[in-house]
Design a protein around this ligand. Structure first.
Ligand code: PA5
Length: 478
């Protein structure tokens, strides 16, 4: 007989940030921070907070509007999801970077780990594939296994011109057109893009595709809570209202200007100070398969937002912590050795799930074998968290800076909080680093070289640069 699960209130589902292990009391004077240090720097963080709120008032912090300003589009997304149910077997996202990573993180966190494999886990919703690379084998292997008549592609590109996404679109378009005829192509595609600019919107109009829009003031890596992430979520049965509700709940916390009342502000500063103390690698290590891809999403958010050549005044600064993703307990047998004994250059953020949806008891057996018998009677939930606590303690003993975000349970509400918390924290750390958190000139440069090499009009200069650089290359190919 299973006991009925008590529905938790929003406050019971609030994320908690435990920063005890960044302090000298826990990890020693040499590598730890002091509360005084934080107190001294806190005015800077409060100023950063004010700047963020002012920028929001000027309409520049689009991600902060998302929990509240999407009522109409959310209804449309949910309706679309219901219309697609039982109509298509496969829903394929074509996108890259901020147009893909959030989709994957939501799917992994909320749906059954083998959602695509088992029809009964899908409740009439289509399988979900996120195709975010241009490896010819990967693209071909996916298309080879799909029935074009039963497949819908969601092409996601804010700029509407990213070569990886658009070349995937072109091959998918042909794949569909060959099967259903040119005149029906539009019914197999949705375009998620900017309303007024880029080629994708133009194509969507020509082909009569359904369209969803990415707000101009929300950048790719901050867009998981726009139609970018919400459509594939809704189409696979995820409760998108709860995702946004969780984000709104966290937004209220992040708006607090009292430093110690605002964990995103505290952590934005902790991460900044850690970086200044030489902890230039920021590891995220969830002890949860469900949260594995949140670490991947965060890696992009942190890297693309904070890795910058110039500061806001245009001075060369070349800053940015390097984000690393890890998975507990798996990576205890891969990365942990380095974290324990390698250079003192990391701050590790654990994500700890307080209540797993499954306990899964370890059966008692071989009780006469000392080194095995002790396992029986415990649960996997106990084991994974015990391993996390043990790793944390071992890191403390080795004077390694670490902290934990506690997640009461993994569901849409807590996932919405996680997304928003880390987005806000990123904005704070970016302000403290005095850089533009929301641009990505480095990514753009790479894109422009690709355009040049592929012969796109207007990029001839980039092609020449590439050809000149290529002239010297042979000497050093051994
Ligand atoms: O965060 C970002 O801005 C980038 O990672 C973009 O999401 C990525 O480059 C894809 O761009 P687009 O959505 O324009 O195709």
């Amino acid at each position: 007989m299973s006991a009925e699960k008590k529905v938790k209130s929003q406050d019971e589902l609030r994320l908690k940030l435990d920063i005890n292990n960044v302090f000298a009391e826990m990890i020693g004077q040499e590598h730890g921070m002091t509360v005084e240090e934080l107190e001294e720097a806190k005015d800077k963080a409060v100023e950063a907070h004010q700047n963020i709120l002012e920028a929001e008032a000027e309409g520049k912090m689009g991600f902060m509007e998302l929990p509240y300003k999407q009522k109409e589009v959310v209804e449309e997304l949910k309706q679309t999801a219901e219309e697609l149910k039982d109509k298509f077997d496969n829903f394929v996202v074509l996108g890259i970077g901020g147009s893909a990573l959030g989709n994957i993180a939501v799917q992994t966190a909320i749906n059954h780990p083998h959602y695509n494999l088992f029809k009964e886990e899908r409740n009439g919703y289509p399988r979900l594939f996120v195709s975010d690379n241009v490896d010819p084998e990967g693209v071909k292997a996916l298309l080879d296994k799909l029935d074009p008549e039963k497949t819908l592609f969601n092409v996601i590109s804010k700029s509407g011109s990213t070569p990886e996404t658009m070349s995937q679109f072109l091959v998918a378009r042909k794949f569909v057109a060959d099967a259903v005829g040119e005149e029906n192509v539009g019914e197999h595609f949705i375009a998620t893009t900017s309303k007024d600019s880029g080629y994708l919107i133009e194509i969507a109009r020509r082909e009569g595709m359904k369209k969803f829009f990415i707000p101009d003031n929300v950048g790719g890596r901050f867009s998981v809570l726009t139609p970018v992430g919400l459509l594939s979520a809704a189409v696979t049965g995820v409760d998108i209202d709860q995702l946004l509700e969780g984000a709104a709940y966290m937004d209220q916390i992040c708006r607090k200007s009292d430093f110690w009342e605002n964990p995103a502000l505290v952590n934005g500063l902790v991460q900044y100070l850690a970086y200044k103390k030489g902890k230039v690698m920021s590891v995220m290590m969830p002890y949860s398969d469900r949260l594995r891809d949140v670490a991947d999403w965060y890696r992009q958010l942190w890297a693309e937002s904070l890795g910058k050549e110039v500061d806001l005044q245009g001075n060369m600064v070349n800053v940015g912590p390097t984000p690393i993703k890890a998975l507990g307990a798996t990576d205890q047998h891969s990365q942990a050795q380095l974290y324990m004994e390698g250079p003192f250059d990391k701050i590790i953020t654990f994500l700890e799930v307080e209540n797993f949806a499954e306990e899964l008891e370890i059966p008692a057996a071989y009780e006469d074998l000392n080194g095995l018998g002790y396992l029986g009677g415990h649960s996997f939930a106990e084991l994974i968290n015990t391993e996390k606590w043990a790793t944390e303690l071992a890191l403390n003993k080795r004077e390694r800076m670490n902290q934990t975000v506690k997640v009461p349970e993994v569901n849409e509400f807590t996932l919405g909080q996680l997304f928003y918390f880390f987005e806000f924290q990123t904005a704070v750390t970016g302000e403290l680093l005095n850089i533009n958190t929301f641009n990505q000139p480095g990514v753009e440069l790479g894109k422009n070289y690709t355009y040049g090499i592929f012969g796109r009009d207007g990029y001839q200069e980039k092609k020449e640069e590439f050809e000149n650089a290529a002239d010297h290359k042979d000497d050093l190919i051994l």
